[in-house]
Write a protein that binds this ligand. Structure first.
Ligand code: G2H
Ligand code: MG
Ligand code: MG
Length: 282
């Protein structure tokens, strides 16, 4: 299985690079960045998101015809978001679409690969920085390209930088919760709060030791599947925002170094968005 998995992962890295090239080229063409909206007026999508997802899925299907897919834009188009035991590619073609639309320089192609409902490897290509982050579930196989993992050993949360995002839900109650968590965390006080505008890159920042923790409520499985294994293999921990094991379908995540995770979880004003795998409402 090892060589088989490596072969699949090599393909994921190659197709992520190819996708990243498409994204970089599209950035120079305003038409490729024309905005459409999804769940809210600030949940953006472009034809480039759709084109890149199509490119990745077609490329994988040619090589691995029995594999399944959970892709952000396919789900937006009505496909089910169900994780089975089958080999499944979990794809976010552009993580950071808002950044992409505004040329804000953090945009990632994120690909997680799951078997038996466990993410086996993750590939995050931060394509404007040209940084490739990859990790496999087995620790000794963790590899990175173009990048050194320098996991943070800071255990005093008051010396930490915490990453988070504001999300695309602007309902008053949700915004209140987001600000309540933020206020609690700023008041610890931490050195700073940052957000790259992409969950996948935020998780790679944890894996790289640039930030001690990242948390968000409202993310989707395709935002965090690849990053989850990259964080864990770098030595980090994943947790639900109320503590306990993370559930990648729950849309809630904390990714952190061991020293700060408990402290961050204590400060989050949690809420529960509709799960990614919830049956569609009629
Ligand atoms: O740009 P996307 O893929 O919509 O993702 C957002 C969160 O959902 C940034 O992580
Ligand atoms: Mg995303
Ligand atoms: Mg996306």
């Amino acid at each position: 299985m090892d060589d088989v998995l490596q072969n699949i992962m090599d393909h994921a890295v190659a197709v992520a690079r190819e996708a990243g090239q498409v994204v970089r080229e599209a950035l120079c063409d305003e038409k490729q960045r024309d905005v459409m909206t999804k769940s809210s007026t600030v949940d953006l999508v472009t034809q480039t998101d759709q084109r890149v997802e199509h490119l990745i899925i077609q490329s994988v299907k040619k090589k691995f015809p029995t594999h399944r897919f959970i892709g952000e834009e396919s789900v937006a188009a009505g496909e089910a978001c169900v994780l089975t035991d089958d080999p499944t590619w979990i794809i976010d073609p552009i993580d950071g679409t808002t950044n992409f639309v505004h040329s804000f320089p953090f945009v990632a192609v994120s690909i997680g690969f799951s078997v038996d409902k466990k993410i086996q490897f993750g590939v995050v290509y931060s394509c404007l920085e040209d940084k490739m982050f990859t990790a496999r579930r087995v620790k000794e196989h963790s590899v990175t390209e173009n990048h050194l993992m320098l996991f943070s050993s800071i255990s005093d949360v008051r010396r930490s930088i915490i990453a988070t995002e504001f999300g695309s839900n602007r309902e008053t109650e949700t915004v209140e919760k987001i600000f309540s968590s933020l206020r609690n965390i700023l008041n610890i006080p931490v050195h700073g709060v940052r957000g790259a505008g992409t969950a996948a890159v935020n998780m790679c920042l944890v894996a790289s030791g640039c930030v001690e923790a990242y948390y968000e409520v409202g993310v989707h499985v395709w935002d965090v599947a690849a990053g989850s294994v990259i964080v864990e293999e770098a030595g980090g921990v994943l947790m639900d925002v109320e503590g306990g094991p993370v559930d990648l379908m729950s849309r809630r995540i904390v990714a952190a170094n061991n020293g700060t995770v408990a402290h961050i979880v204590k400060e989050i004003d949690a809420f529960s968005p509709t799960r990614d795998d919830a049956p569609p409402t009629q």
